[in-house]
Design a protein around this ligand. Sequence first.
Ligand code: PLP
Length: 379
Amino acid sequence: MLPVASALSNESIRPTRVEVDLGQLGRNLQAIRQHVGAAKVMAVVKANAYGHGLVPVALEMVNAGADSLGVALLEEAVILREAGITAPILVFGGIAETQIPIFIRNDLTLTAPSIDKLNLIDNAAAAMGVTARVHLKIDTGMERLGIHYYSADKLLEASLKARHVQVEGIYSHFANADSADLTHAREQLSRFHEVLSFYEKRSLPLPQRHIANSGAILQLPESHLDLVRPGIMLYGVYPSRKCACTVSIQPALTWKSHVAYFKVVQPGHPVSYGSTWQSDHPVRVVTVPVGYGDGYFRALSNKGEVLIRGQRHPIAGRVCMDQIMVNLDWGTAYYRDEVVLLGKQGGAEISADDLADWAGTISYEVLTNINSRVPRVYV
Ligand SMILES: *Cc1c(COP(=O)(O)O)cnc(C)c1O
């Protein structure tokens, strides 16, 4: 949130805002919990809770019964601890050596993706006279972070010898669990099981095993294992249009603004930078105070639509940094009428997938791109 916003009351903050329905987030979590049965649920709240606001969403998730939280960065986890959240927090991302004592002091769970990192964690914990909580990360086909499944035995061996490390979990991540073709996802799951047989062969107790993101929660029930890691689904958005909708969820976020200015634009008078759009007849055009400086993609220029009075209307001309113009044609709108950029109005809806399709990206980027200049209001 911008520092200046604290000087303004809720009524006087800018009309461009994101409203988040916390109750709906809780219902989405419940729907996932019911679907996965006995598996624990780690609520993924990285990237400002997919744009919904890190701390308020994390608090809601914990209250709604999430067993743990997942974030990408140490910074995100520390903010949650400073907000008083005591639930287990796993940090997915890679770690720098200098960060390890901060992880340990804040009682955060570290990801160990290699023997080197595991040893660094073990040494740091030994020096502090404590035991560090760790989840081992296995790469089964994403080629991102983690030891390759075909060399993983060495990391598991090393973890048995690390005296100041408690291996609470072992995990992997799918590259294609949201697609229609699940061949690669099934291959990854079977590679993960191969790695896990290490414990069975030695009659050792298994750490918590997890691999399922939203796509796998929806499409691969056999991958739920001991714990699932939903991200985008918590926010009521399916991971892709190709994914089976086996759990009923609803979006919790509405991005709205209002009509700031109204005019009639004559033919031969192009609108906005670059003069890329003009009408062949007089049209009513309204100006709305949102732009790419808020994270409303410039790629939506002459492509995107907004809702005014329950009707879809197209963006006219280029998206500016702070404003857009909307062509009403001969429709009606008045100063201060609500404009919905993302979400429902009347019977109409613009989804994160609509915005993503127009801008040539995915819903994840639409949501995480709404930046801190847009105040979040919780309802
Ligand atoms: C982001 C992330 C998730 C959540 O993915 P969704 O597709 O949003 O459900 C799960 N696990 C890891 C390791 C992640 O980085």
